[in-house]
Design a protein around this ligand. Structure first.
Ligand code: SAH
Ligand code: SF4
Length: 406
């Protein structure tokens, strides 16, 4: 038995071929085999599109209720394909409207997704107020005011990249999520919430799970599937160079790079992945991704007090991004139990931002949302059955991940 949500539309069409060939034999009895095969092909694509739209757009999640399909087709599907669903263990809502969902996977491991509603005039949540003092965002609490609703999804249980400022990284790697486990985080919540953007910024390094992530992106982008535009699907990576190239070749989604360092020794210290893929190689991959310069790449930069937040860093950052259509997103560090860094002073974040802007770099400061429910960047965790705890597991320098597909 396989899951519907594991298939791209083309794959589903291929899967449906046997049943469509049967129909062809019945309906095109006297035709040549070639004609029958062409008929079956056409039919399988037609039905794959129909099933995608019934499931992802009309949110029907039982074969019996897909009454647009023939009874024979439904029976065949019931025997061969299951519609996957995720169990919600907990659902929390922050005072600023952010929601966090803890999913239980079939093997009892858990991952989180976060929904971040935003209003057009989020400007009134001043950086000062929201970011550093946690003021309530009244507007975000009123659904009528939401005009953007971003879902932040996970791609792995844990993460092997061991970035020292990230709780998921400190926790270590457990397993890859499968395509249906990634897609269903979105598909299931899309039934209730008018999601507008998808970002792979939850748990895990998406490009360390490229097969599943690329397929999921295809389903997110598919007109008959979840139908998100290319700018509204963002893959965020700590910088796995060959997989950045692969992402560019196989999809057209938007790229974000977690940079957080401006020279190799510094970045290596906080993000061990830099030992394998140093800055110059990473930035070259960004230039290739950008191609003729029409796409923007976001560079996320976690601001760590006295580690990477000096004005020399700002100047270096502007230099190394020269020639890339870059948007820099400064993220004040979100602490977690046992974390070894401090958040940069708000004044320093402003100075850093202004220094970048003066050099002509588009820069914004991310407003940390959902901190009261531990839903902010880098605060997600999972409960998996290994001995590695989180709270009691102090961050340590782990050796860089040894994965064959890096
Ligand atoms: N693994 C991917 C995506 C998930 S992390 C990546 O690293 O890009 C999503 C974002 O959260 C990254 O930009 C990361 O730099 C940031 N982040 C991680 N830990 C953080 C923390 N403690 N405070 C603030 N941002 C953090
Ligand atoms: Fe993994 Fe991203 Fe966290 Fe680094 S920041 S440990 S890559 S989830």
């Amino acid at each position: 038995m396989s899951y519907l949500q594991s298939y791209t539309r083309d794959e589903l069409a291929t899967l449906l071929m046997p049943v469509c060939r049967k129909a062809a034999l019945k309906r095109r009895k006297h035709a040549t085999e070639e004609v029958r095969e062409a008929y079956a092909q056409k039919k399988s694509h037609y039905h794959a599109k129909q099933i995608f739209s019934l499931h992802y757009q009309q949110h029907i999640h039982s074969w019996d209720e897909m009454t647009d399909l023939s009874k024979a087709m439904r029976e065949w599907l019931k025997q061969h394909v299951q519609i996957f669903s995720l169990d919600t263990l907990t659902e929390q809502r922050s005072e600023d409207g952010t929601m966090k969902f803890l999913w239980q996977l079939p093997d009892k491991k858990t991952v989180e997704s976060v929904i971040i509603p935003a209003t057009g005039n989020d400007a009134h949540i001043t950086e000062e107020g929201n970011q550093f003092r946690g003021t309530k965002n009244e507007a975000a609490l009123k659904p009528d005011n939401w005009d953007r609703m971003t879902i932040c999804i996970s791609s792995q249980v844990g993460c092997a990249m061991a970035c020292k400022f990230c709780l998921t990284g400190v926790q270590g790697f457990d397993r890859q999520l499968e395509v249906h486990e990634i897609v269903t985080q979105v598909a299931q919540l899309a039934r209730t919430y008018p999601l507008s953007n998808i970002v792979f910024m939850g748990m895990g390094e998406p490009l360390h799970n490229p097969d599943a992530v690329i397929k999921a992106c295809k389903i997110f982008r598919d007109d008959a599937g979840l139908s998100f535009s290319r700018r509204r699907v963002t893959v965020s990576t700590s910088g796995l160079v060959p997989q950045i190239d692969r992402l560019r070749e196989e999809t057209d989604v938007t790229l974000a790079i977690s940079l957080s360092g401006t020279h190799d020794p510094q970045r290596e210290e906080i993000m061990p992945v830099n030992k394998k893929w140093p800055l110059n190689e990473l930035l070259d991959a960004c230039r290739r991704f950008q191609g003729n310069g029409k796409v923007w790449i976001t560079f996320e930069y976690v601001m760590l007090k006295d580690v990477n937040d000096t004005l020399e860093d700002a100047a270096r950052l502007a230099d190394i991004l020269e020639g890339i259509r870059a948007k820099v997103n400064l993220i004040p560090f979100n602490p977690f139990p046992g974390s070894i860094y401090d958040r940069s002073d708000p004044e320093q974040v402003q100075r850093f931002k202004n220094a970048l802007i003066e050099k002509g770099v588009f820069t914004s400061v991310r407003i940390s949302r959902g901190q009261d429910i531990f839903a902010a960047c880098g605060q997600l965790r999972s409960a998996f059955g290994t001995a590695r705890g989180t709270e009691k597991h102090a961050p340590s320098l782990q050796s860089p991940p040894q994965q064959k597909n890096h």
